[in-house]
Design a protein around this ligand. Structure first.
Ligand SMILES: [Zn+2]
Length: 368
């Protein structure tokens, strides 16, 4: 990809003379461009691990700090890590010792966005071909200009990043829900929608952005291109539902904070955070974000307690229902798997029941 060799720097683990020699002797990297870094060792608990070596791109002194020892590994923005090689050669044992692996390997990979930003001479990943078209489309829709107001830029970046993540997640089989990864999806989708509101956008805007994302990622990632319509249906369904509740919830939260501010309080009570979650679908993270913009924190413990209480109530309600009508035991079914979603085209039968009995099969005409 023809990066300027003079702007490339490498780091190696201090003891890893082999990597040092390879860079210096075989690749012709000058000694002044090689740094020995203590944290160039990759491991996550027990299992395969080993020293690593990183390649940095010098973005120029204007991105740097005043430290005379500024070099790759410094906290400033001058040296951008674009590539990493892990020499997986040990197996970390339960007692903390390292045993040589029988089959050693090199795990190597570049950061796609970082490489793009270096090649295109962009200030950040967001300005690359991989993301900027989403920012442009959003700015056009909102009638704002990028790079004029820092707050606007934050919202544009959040939306662009989250639109990509949402597309990738849904095309990979994740659906919005209130648990686990489905909840992560729901949270980032709603966060993107809210930032659209901050930009003054009314109505559906995230759904058409999916087309922009697919234009960028689709040619390289087949599953994303194939699921375009499906992803849009899921996003639209979720976006519409969230829009309906967002306005009501925001109004409520703002007037609540006004009241609290008048009382000189600085914490949003957990019961109120729960009410916003339960009634208006506000993830607590969203409430926290809005509250913090006005200098408030939220009562996490109180929220957790209210959540727990609600789960108890729901369980009791189920027991009561069960007493009224004889139904089979359905406690093995997880609520989060039971989605009501028009976008779903196929589903599986999890159980067949008649009265309190669970059946293995049923025939035409049976009442089940
Ligand atoms: Zn520095």
């Amino acid at each position: 990809i023809k990066l300027d060799k003079n702007r490339l720097y490498v780091t190696v683990y201090p003891d890893d003379q082999e990597a040092y020699d390879t860079w210096h002797n075989d690749c012709g990297v000058e000694e002044s461009h090689i740094t020995r870094l203590e944290d160039n060792f990759w491991e996550i608990g027990e299992g395969p691990c080993g020293p690593d070596s990183e390649i940095f791109f010098d973005q120029g002194p204007e991105h740097g700090c005043d430290d005379p020892n500024c070099a790759p590994g410094c906290d400033c923005d001058r040296y951008l890590e674009i590539w990493n090689l892990v020499f997986t050669q040990f197996n970390k044992m339960p007692d903390g010792s390292y045993e040589p692996l029988q089959h050693k390997n090199i795990d190597t990979g570049a950061g796609l966005e970082r490489l793009a930003s270096v090649l295109q001479g962009c200030k950040t990943n967001f300005e690359t071909d991989l993301i900027f078209p989403i920012i442009e489309a959003t700015a056009k829709r909102a009638g704002v200009t990028y790079n004029e107001d820092p707050n606007t830029d934050v919202s544009l970046k959040v939306i662009a990043d989250h639109a990509r993540a949402v597309t990738a997640l849904i095309s990979d089989g994740v659906l919005p829900s209130n648990e686990g990864r489905g909840y992560v999806l729901r949270r980032i989708l709603r966060r993107a929608v809210r930032h659209g509101r901050l930009l003054g956008i009314e109505g559906i805007f995230l759904t058409p952005l999916i087309d922009v994302v697919v234009d960028i990622l689709g040619p390289g990632i087949k599953s994303i291109a194939e699921k375009q319509d499906f992803v849009k249906r899921v996003v639209q369904n979720e976006e519409e539902r969230f829009n309906q509740t967002l306005e009501q919830g925001l109004e409520l939260l703002n007037s609540l904070i006004d009241t609290l501010a008048a009382e000189k309080a600085t914490v949003v009570p957990g019961s109120e955070v729960f009410k916003l979650y339960d009634t208006y679908g506000f993830p607590w993270e969203l409430t926290e974000e809005i509250a913090s913009e006005r200098g408030f924190t939220i009562d996490h413990e109180g929220f957790e307690a209210a959540m727990k209480e609600q789960r108890e109530r729901a369980r009791e309600a189920r027991v009561k229902e069960d007493a009224k009508v004889a139904t089979p035991d359905i406690t093995f079914l997880k609520d989060e798997e039971l989605l009501e979603d028009e976008a779903v085209e196929a589903s599986s039968v999890l159980m067949i029941g008649k009265g309190a009995e669970r059946l293995q099969t049923a025939a035409d005409g049976d009442e089940i």
